[in-house]
Design a protein around this ligand. Sequence first.
Ligand SMILES: Nc1ncnc2c1ncn2[C@@H]1O[C@H](COP(=O)(O)OP(=O)(O)OP(=O)(O)O)[C@@H](O)[C@H]1O
Ligand SMILES: [Mg+2]
Length: 361
Amino acid sequence: MGSVKVQGLVKRYGEVLAVAGVDMDVKDKEFVVLLGPSGSGKTSTLRCVAGLEGVSGGKVFIDDREVTYLPPADRDIAFVFQSYALYPHLSVYENLAFPLKAVRAPKTDIEERVNQAAETLRITRLLARKPTQLSGGEQQRVALGRAIVRRPKAFLMDEPLTNLDAQLRTIMRAELKRLQTDLGATTLYVTHDQLEAMSMGDQIVVFNEGKIQQTGSPMEVYNTPANLFVASFIGSPPMNFIKGSLSENRSSLQLEASLSLPLPFSNAILQALEPGGNYIFGARPEDVHLSDEPTERSLRAEVYVVEPLGAENIVNLKLGEQIVKVRTSPTFVPPIGQQLWASFDPDRSHLFDPKSEEALR
Ligand SMILES: Nc1ncnc2c1ncn2[C@@H]1O[C@H](COP(=O)(O)OP(=O)(O)OP(=O)(O)O)[C@@H](O)[C@H]1O
Ligand SMILES: [Mg+2]
């Protein structure tokens, strides 16, 4: 397998700036997920790495060899698309053999590699069938098989699970992760599904508007988001954001009316803030704690509604005019209108600058 490096990648389509200077470093055997909303430049980045699109600027390296201007066939990588693009008139066996025949591999080699790939993907019993006689998940496996047989330096995958139903998606998610680990296959994987990114990636590259917002392990982007975009894009239900202005003594945020939120941050952090300035406090639903009695740095809130989700409940609190979602155990079902005291985990609370949108902690 191999590494993939992208330096200062720019991609324009006429007036449209799709990729605005992207740097990425995918190490050998690593599974890197490009995550971002629709139109953020994920597919464009992947297609430039594959050579399916010419770049408008920047460089692409595979195994430290510059390939920026090489045709796709000379880059030694395999692409798996959202649509499986299988040949309908060929059997599964012939579909798998196709890329090997194209490079005139010896017949015995082809047989061995196709059978091995079929075994890995557990589709041996389907080898004689045509693609139309397969379920969506089976077609997906064949598409993966066609990428595997070539033993390329890297796999590039663009939303390969999108056409599967929700249940099959979760199964294939785990299967694909396991397959990638077993093969030690360097993989660049595009998705706009944050759960897919969190569960599969060694590294997540978060895209927005053609730019990288943050690169890190799933836990890094979840626990220490670099800005408001990353904080709001990853996590479900999303992080709670509470806007307010900093009190004169820097200890709390004044929300609307007479409500004030005591800030659970160290003095070192508070001293760097500007009294009277506007800030956005952030806390994930699992980092809000509820109690019947006032506790240190808690504030009073009213139960607005409870959403039971089976394994957990989401308690919606009304904090002045704002709603705060709190993840609780499924046995906790406070009645609507009940007064509770909410406090925020000091080690897991965030603060953002509303102007720059950057995380201040
Ligand atoms: N062939 C093209 N011609 C013109 N503009 C394009 C072309 N392909 C993509 N774009 C534009 O470039 C931007 C990035 O598109 P891209 O397909 O890379 O996004 P994406 O992150 O893959 O989105 P999605 O999640 O919807 O697939 C978008 O604004 C899109 O409209
Ligand atoms: Mg796309």
